[in-house]
Design a protein around this ligand. Structure first.
Ligand SMILES: *Cc1c(COP(=O)(O)O)cnc(C)c1O
Length: 397
């Protein structure tokens, strides 16, 4: 990973944008003094990220992956911008429609779904589905007759912080057969979909999957089945402790790969960003519960926060995502810490390998803010593990 190379300007604009959001959030926290832990989302940042993505990828359909942050206001401001939505369940469909998205703007892209849920989506007007198995294609044909179907292919996700493994997608040759079958069953064979892994740090990380999608598309075209789209899924990254390459490099790499592999028959392109739209909009405010030492010889203090793995910091598993931190005592001398959550679960340790230094005078009651925490936090918090309530979310306009 490196700092954005092309221009210093881009970086300083990004920094200014983040400071604007973080200042608005800080003012909200000072004014309202909400109980901790809580997540504060800066809605102007969500809108700004959507517009930046639309500008970087003109003509590309942007479907926000609702699971990244299903806060009502987030969906509302994105729907008002004309964003489309990638949903996984009836509740997510209800949420998007209630916040103003038309049903044509909703893609039901979970390949694992019940017949009753497909029928429910169809009844509400959803006509776009993702599938990866014969049984699911047949269930869609029965309960959502005439709908558009994208087939998800299995891909390797090199360069991704969160590879998707083998749970989703089928082999490309099977996808060819299932798209053909969809057509025979009266559905519209619509395109090929994939997910190249979340927090993809390599702008060319989509290339291999795009080539596979182009091959599936070409095979079907040779049989007279014309697909309309290629769905590049999610994976666009956010900046945490380390900065990924700038968005422009991703846009150029994706556009080049589609042009190179699909040639003159390039279909329209859609993407399903989650993290890239919401991560930078959020700050989690937590409080220090306890600062402790485990021995006289270990220099590291243990800092226990009132938020942990089960309160919304699921992505600290394996220390994959390292949030930048800010404390109310910043400015003085610092020393190394281990950060942990408040529950009685031994896995509820946030960072013991990633180096964090916090103020030496940090003590119980001080605030520790986790920055860029708008994605995959509130939506991952448990109902009440050990009696700790789920993460409260506030929005700043
Ligand atoms: C979670 C998910 C996304 C969003 O992924 P990000 O890495 O957050 O962009 C997109 N598409 C599908 C099918 C998903 O499951």
């Amino acid at each position: 990973m490196r700092r954005g190379t092309p221009s210093e300007m881009t970086e300083s604009h990004a920094d200014q944008r983040l400071h604007g959001a973080e200042d608005r959030i800080r003012r909200f926290l000072e004014r309202e003094q909400p109980g901790t832990p809580c997540l504060v989302i800066d809605l102007p940042t969500v809108v700004e990220r959507f517009r930046a993505l639309r500008a970087a990828l003109p003509g590309v359909g942007i479907f926000y992956a609702v699971k990244a942050n299903p806060t009502r206001e987030v969906v509302e401001v994105l729907a008002a911008e004309g964003c489309c939505f990638d949903v996984a369940s009836p509740n997510e469909i209800d949420l998007c429609l209630a916040e103003g998205a038309p049903p044509e703007a909703v893609s039901y892209s979970n390949p694992i779904k019940k017949a009753a849920d497909i029928a429910y989506a169809h009844r509400l007007g959803v006509r776009l589905f993702v599938s990866d198995s014969e049984q699911d294609v047949r269930t869609i044909a029965e309960h959502a007759p005439g709908a558009r179907v994208m087939l998800r292919i299995l891909v390797e996700s090199k360069g991704s912080t969160y590879p998707f493994g083998k749970k989703f997608g089928c082999a490309p040759d099977m996808a060819v057969d299932l798209l053909r079958l969809a057509g025979e069953l009266g559905l519209e064979p619509y395109g090929v979909a994939f997910h190249a892994g979340s927090q993809q740090l390599d702008p060319t990380g989509w290339d291999a999957a795009i080539a596979d999608a182009a091959e599936v598309t070409a095979k079907l075209r040779a049989e007279g089945v014309a697909l309309s789209v290629v769905n590049l899924g999610g994976g666009l990254p956010a900046g945490y402790l380390e900065q990924p390459p700038p968005l422009a490099e991703y846009a150029a790499a994706m556009t080049d790969a589609v042009r190179r592999t699909f040639g003159e028959h390039a279909p329209s392109v859609m993407i399903e960003p989650g993290r890239a739209l919401v991560a930078e909009s959020g700050v989690i405010r937590s409080s220090v519960v306890l600062v402790a030492r485990k021995s006289y010889s270990d220099e590291r203090r243990w800092v226990f926060l009132d938020i942990g793995r089960y309160g919304g910091l699921a992505e600290t598993e394996g220390e994959a995502i390292a949030y930048p931190l800010r404390t109310t005592r910043d400015g003085g001398e610092t020393g190394p810490v281990v950060l942990a959550g408040p529950t009685c679960d031994a896995d509820d340790v946030l960072y013991q390998h990633t180096r964090y230094d916090l103020p030496l005078d940090l003590r119980a009651g001080d605030h520790v803010d986790l920055l860029r925490a708008g994605a995959y936090t509130a939506s991952y918090s448990s109902v009440a593990f050990n009696g700790f309530p789920p993460l409260a979310t506030y929005c700043v306009r």
